[in-house]
Ligand binder design. Sequence first.
Ligand code: SF4
Length: 353
Amino acid sequence: MNFSNTVLTWYNNNKEDFPWRMTKDPYKIWVSEIMLQQTQVQTVIPYYKKWIIKFPTIFDVANASDDILFKYWEGLGYYNRVNNFRIACNQIIKDHNGKIPKTVDQLITLKGIGEYTSSAISSIAFNQVNYVIDGNVKRVMARVLRLKNFSKESLNKMKDFLSANIHKGSPGNFNQGIMDLGRDVCKPKNPLCSICPVASFCMAYIKNQIEKYPAAKKQTKRLPHYTIGVGIIWNKDKILITKRKKNALLGGLWEFPGGKILKNESIKKCIKREVFEELSIDVDVLKFITKVKHSYSHFKITLHAHHCLYNTGKIICKASDNYKWISPNQFDQFAFPKANHHIFPHILNQEVI
Ligand code: SF4
């Protein structure tokens, strides 16, 4: 059997029935592809299910408020995906009469859709013959073709191979097959070569040189760490939250005001200074609530949260897009960064200041 039939047969016999595999609806396949970027399948499944119920079409996404969209994305990370997705839905409504286009050339003009996603949607939803290259495919190809790195030259060799070997009758299933193969069999460490369907095509396996392909990555740099003072600012029974600027990291999410501590600055002074700099209000910083350590993909933080009392000043949002005074029982109505969630129970379990 040739390479394409081998991958396809293996996929048909081994595929997992993820919810987005029960449909050919390009919208649903698109949602899954966007959610799966940088995110594990098992994490995506519950988000995908809830999203499809709440927003069954592109029109529902286009008509939803930012806060609702972000709430349904909360915890998935890489929040610019939500903004781009909404913009792309509006592009389709405006430029394509609300119908998701079929070709890579059209799909790639949509906000947030690149080479990989356009090929995935066109092949899986519309059966167009376009191969995909994600991290899993790269690893399989590096071993099959004995490529040490992912240079432009190596990628061109992968493209030539995939172009010649993609299954012309079932390109979408072939693509999903090779991605699944990379995820479940041709794993980064200890690939399961003894059960691999493409072992007879794999040059690294045939030459007994699997550990050489692809070459091990150099050690990545340590993530930067920031110490941050956070104010839970009370005004009677309400707490102040601010919305992060849309183009910032974690943009569009709500948070408690605060910021990075300066050298030799106390946490309390930091909170008072940051709140004034960002919102033009004066607060009294009161007792310590909790310390939260959290790692995001590109940095680590330690938050030091303190109760504060609003004192004077009219709020002017200098470092945020919006603000609200809310009751603690409204936390679940807004999307917050994960680290803020660790503070909620400490507030909910305390008496109002
Ligand atoms: S034989 Fe081993 S190294 Fe080669 S593709 Fe299969 S799992 Fe990967």
